[in-house]
Design a protein around this ligand. Sequence first.
Ligand SMILES: *Cc1c(COP(=O)(O)O)cnc(C)c1O
Length: 241
Amino acid sequence: MTDNNGMPDYAARLAHVKARIHAAEAWSGRLGSGARVLVATKTADADAAAAAVRAGVRIVGESRMQELEEKGEALKGAGAQIHVIGQLQRNKAAIAVRWADCVQTVDSLSLAERLSRLCVQAERDLDVMIQVNVSAEPTKAGVAPDEALALASAVQDLPALTVIGFMTIGLNSSDESAVRAGYARLTALRDEALVRSERGELPLRAAWELSMGMSSDLEWAVAEGATMVRVGTAIMGDRPR
Ligand SMILES: *Cc1c(COP(=O)(O)O)cnc(C)c1O
C-alpha cells in the first residue's frame, strides 16, 4: 500500500498497531491504559522516517548515533520526539544530547554522568530511562534487576537528568509465559520505585514509564503494563539484512 508520493501508508500501519494495542488492553483487562507507540526507525532513511512522523507517529526511536546525526534535523523538523533506544557509547553521548528528548538505554552510572555533564554544558535537561536486563541474558545490555533501583536513584541525583521510567528488550522467544514474566518483572520494579519514592525512600517520583514490547510481542508487553511499545517492522517495514 503506497500513497501518491510512493511512500507506504504509514497512517494505516500505525492505526493497525494501535488496534493491536487496544485489543490487548481489552483481553488483559487494562482498557484505557493508553500505551503510546514509539517507532524504531533504524535503517529507514530520513525521508521515510519523516513521512512516518507526518502520518501521526509522535515518538521516534533511533539506535545508531551515526544515523541520529544524519536524520536528527529531518525528524525534529517533522515534529518528532526523539528517543535513543540503542546502546550508547560514552564517546557518542554528545550526539544524543544534541538531538534526543530521552535516552532510554542508560545502564551505567558512568554513562549517566557523561550525559549529565554534557547537558549542563548545553544548558538543557534530558529525560532518561534505566535499561534493565530482565531476562538476565549475558549478551544483552542493561543493568541487573536487583541493581536497577540503586542505579536509577544515583542517576536521578545527577544534575539535568530526570529518570522517567524503565526500558527493557524482552526475551526473544515464543514462550508467552517466559516473555511475560520478564515484562512483569520490569513493571514490579517500576511499582517499587514509585511506592518507595512516595514514602520518601527513593527520589524516583517521575519514573512511571515502561518501555517494553516490539512488533512481534507488543500484546504481551501491553498485558503486563507497558506505557510505550517500540515498533519497527510493523510500521517501517522489513529492514535490510
Ligand atoms: C529495532 C528495535 C525495536 C523494534 O523492533 P521490531 O521488531 O522491528 O519492531 C525495538 N526496540 C529496540 C531497542 C530496537 O532496536
